[in-house]
Design a binder for this molecule. Structure first.
Ligand code: PLP
Length: 687
């Protein structure tokens, strides 16, 4: 939130305090516009939900009845008087009562007293669309199983693409595309899968044209004959170049060799591809080439390691780039790693930037990352960039002006105390330059699970993904883009999943229609979450004083948006292991315990650990100093006796509930949360 220059001594800002409450109150006025958007913490808007669901349930019933009304109903009207019918319904009801009772143990995401994981109340438009569409059960695997919802899914892809600044004009090239997945995990898998298909293609093409008599001359992005390129050169072509190369190569081969020859050529390419050979044989064939690596920040979600395993790339080839003191990818370290890759000719399959990491919510400097990437491209090492914005992706709506373009940083700064820092602003501004993005509508999109999304800048990507090597006859068609759009109607051929809920698409679609993904639409919700986070941050100096007799307390790094972590240590304690035990004891009060009624919880938080290996020694010493911990008590490999001393335990608060600043009796939920923290700290320490 703070600019990089004033990132250390956060407590200096206490002089601002008297005006704070006023400032936040003023901004809070606009919250009224959000009132109808959610079901509400108290289900205040239940009548809207009920009316619309009842209406559309009846509507669905008539739809069924009007499909061949001449048919005699297979379930006769007399059926309901039979004993077995009555028994069945009774039993069903019994089970549903039980389920309903069990569901009361669910996590109260909707409540402003829930400040834990990345979930909150659901937006009414998405919730209603979801339930309504489930009645029709569309399957978005392809259009013939989802005549109504597949197009909506592709539209959602374009809405997200526009929010990120990707090109969306279907009559021009490149044009983006996107679709929904079950979540960020699968979208990340797909990001990697697509990049392998693309980046290994030119080598297969060269191989096939070597085996085939007809050599391909300079074309597309090439300046010499294809076969004169080394594998290293071919693996370092950019996404757009590879798409252009493939089209031109297939086009000219077809012209040269006629339909039969072309068909043989096509088969030869297919047989030489990574997808056909598998990693082992592919790299045996291209022995000059080292196995490719994927670069992620050390804060990356664990789905990246899973992805390496699932795709057979090997977890050892996932290289972690360290982070700076703000838990953002360290660009100097990135440079070093890329330098080594260039030096040793190790292909970089993907450079992954994280836009809002799961544990700390901090944002990698995507702007700088892109600059470094471009610099290395010039020197012959091209790393395609995938952004994991599963968490932070929707924040792009705050930066997007209605009608396109970016909202200026000055204009944004007027609305907030600190947000957005220069780095954060540049990160969001640079999204349009990246190659593909993961984003989770079921996180900051406030729609029901499951809904993740994969979005790519250039839809030409799908030509590399078909089960059947794509027929290139589309280049002869009038509108190339239209044919890509047509292909996407058989979505299942291009994505990792098969059958998938059209209701997820309907849910995201209606949400984005009612609340367009820009600053003055959907962006308002997220502005509210950032305000809540700034309020929390600004309340810290006073809170720190209040509990100063008992604990040392610190926010270990500036929040970049709406997630904030706290480290708390009892005053008398200087052992890290004991501090972590204390943190866990506090957390016991605020965790979801499946065995206890949720009503016993006053607030629910989450936790994370800051591993010692993730921060520099200097930063670790500084942080421990602030907490009054003896740095010597930090042990990278904790023995069982001491235990728990290789990390700093943090209470993690995701501040995404829209009503956190709602006041009653002069206190909002953040005030109440801090009061509660004080109470449990006193309870634990004073007994
Ligand atoms: C949540 C998250 C994921 C995983 O997404 P799921 O929807 O849980 O599969 C991946 N990356 C980041 C940064 C996340 O926050």
């Amino acid at each position: 939130m703070l600019g990089p220059a004033r990132n250390v001594c956060v407590w200096r800002f206490t002089w601002r305090r008297p005006s704070l409450r006023l400032f936040h109150r003023k901004c809070h006025m606009s919250i009224e516009e959000l009132h109808p958007w959610f079901l509400g913490a108290y289900a205040e808007n239940h009548d809207v939900l009920e009316d619309l669901l009842t209406e559309f349930l009846a509507d669905h019933v008539y739809w069924r009845r009007n499909f061949h009304p001449e048919c005699r109903p297979p379930v006769p009207t007399s059926a309901q008087y039979r004993d077995d019918y009555i028994e069945f319904v009774a039993e069903l009801k019994q089970e549903l009562f039980q389920l309903s009772a069990d569901l009361k143990r669910s996590v109260p995401w909707f409540s402003p007293r829930y400040v834990g994981h990345m979930s909150s109340d659901l937006l009414l438009p998405g919730l209603i669309a979801r339930v309504m569409t489930t009645l029709y059960n569309p399957n978005n695997v392809s259009e013939d199983a989802s005549p109504a919802t597949l197009e909506k899914e592709l539209e959602v892809g374009m809405q997200l693409a526009e929010m990120f600044g990707y090109p969306i004009d279907e009559s021009a090239e490149p044009c983006a595309y996107g679709h929904l997945t079950s979540g960020g995990t699968v979208a990340n898998y797909e990001g990697l899968r697509n990049l392998i298909a693309l980046e290994m293609y030119p080598m297969a093409l060269a191989q096939a044209s070597r085996e085939f008599d007809g050599e391909l001359g300079p074309m597309g992005p090439l300046v010499k004959r294809l076969t004169e390129y080394s594998d290293w050169e071919l693996v370092n072509l950019g996404v757009d170049d590879i798409i252009a190369l493939r089209r031109e190569a297939l086009g000219s081969a077809r012209e040269l060799h006629g339909p039969a020859g072309f068909e043989r050529f096509r088969k030869a390419i297919k047989a030489a591809r990574f997808e056909a050979l598998g990693a082992v044989d592919f790299f045996r064939t291209h022995s000059e080439l080292k196995p490719p690596v994927v670069l992620v920040p050390s804060t990356a979600h664990y789905s990246w390691e899973k992805a390496m395993k699932v795709l057979g790339l090997g977890a050892q080839h996932l290289l972690e780039v360290g982070v700076d003191r703000n838990m953002r990818m360290d660009v100097a370290q990135l440079r070093t790693v890329l330098e080594q890759c260039l030096d040793q000719k190790v292909p970089v399959l993907a450079l992954v930037g994280v836009l809002g990491n799961t544990e700390f919510g901090t944002v990698d400097p995507i702007g700088e990352l892109m600059n470094v990437r471009d610099e290395f491209s010039e020197r012959g090492l091209h790393a395609p960039v995938h952004i994991d914005a599963a968490w932070g992706g929707y924040l792009a709506s705050v930066f997007r002006a209605e009608g396109g373009g970016l909202v200026g940083r000055d204009m944004l700064k007027k609305k907030f105390h600190y947000f957005p820092s220069q780095t954060v602003y540049e990160a969001f501004a640079a999204l349009g330059r990246t190659d593909s993005i993961t984003v989770d509508p079921h996180k900051l999109g406030y729609v029901p699970y499951p809904a993740g999304a994969y979005v790519a800048r250039n839809r030409g990507m799908i030509e590399f993904l078909t089960q059947e090597a794509a027929y290139v006859f589309d280049i002869e068609e009038e509108s190339h883009q239209r044919s890509l759009a047509d292909k996407l109607r058989h979505l299942g051929q291009y994505i990792l999943e098969g059958s998938k809920p059209g209701s997820a698409a309907a849910s995201a679609y209606v949400t984005h229609r009612v609340l367009p993904l820009h600053h003055d639409g959907f962006g308002r919700i997220l502005q509210q979450t950032i305000r809540s986070c700034e309020y929390f941050y600004d309340a810290m100096p006073e809170f720190k004083e209040r509990v100063g007799d008992l604990v040392n307390l610190t926010i270990p790094f500036e929040p970049d948006s709406n997630l904030v972590c706290l480290a708390i240590n009892p005053r008398a304690n200087d052992s890290l292991a004991r501090m972590n035990c204390f943190g866990r004891r506090l957390f016991e009060h605020m965790k979801i315990d499946p065995k206890q009624p949720i009503q016993q919880r006053e607030f629910v938080a989450s936790y994370t650990s800051l591993l010692a290996e993730r921060v520099s020694d200097e930063r670790a010493a500084e942080l421990l100093g602030e907490l009054g911990i003896d740095p010597a008590s930090l042990t990278p490999n904790p023995s069982d006796a001491e235990g728990q001393a290789d990390h700093v335990f943090l209470i993690r608060n995701t501040l995404m509930n829209p009503w956190l600043l709602h006041e009653q009796n002069g206190k909002n939920y953040i005030d109440l949360y801090l009061d509660y923290l004080e109470r449990i700290i006193r309870q634990e320490l004073e007994g």
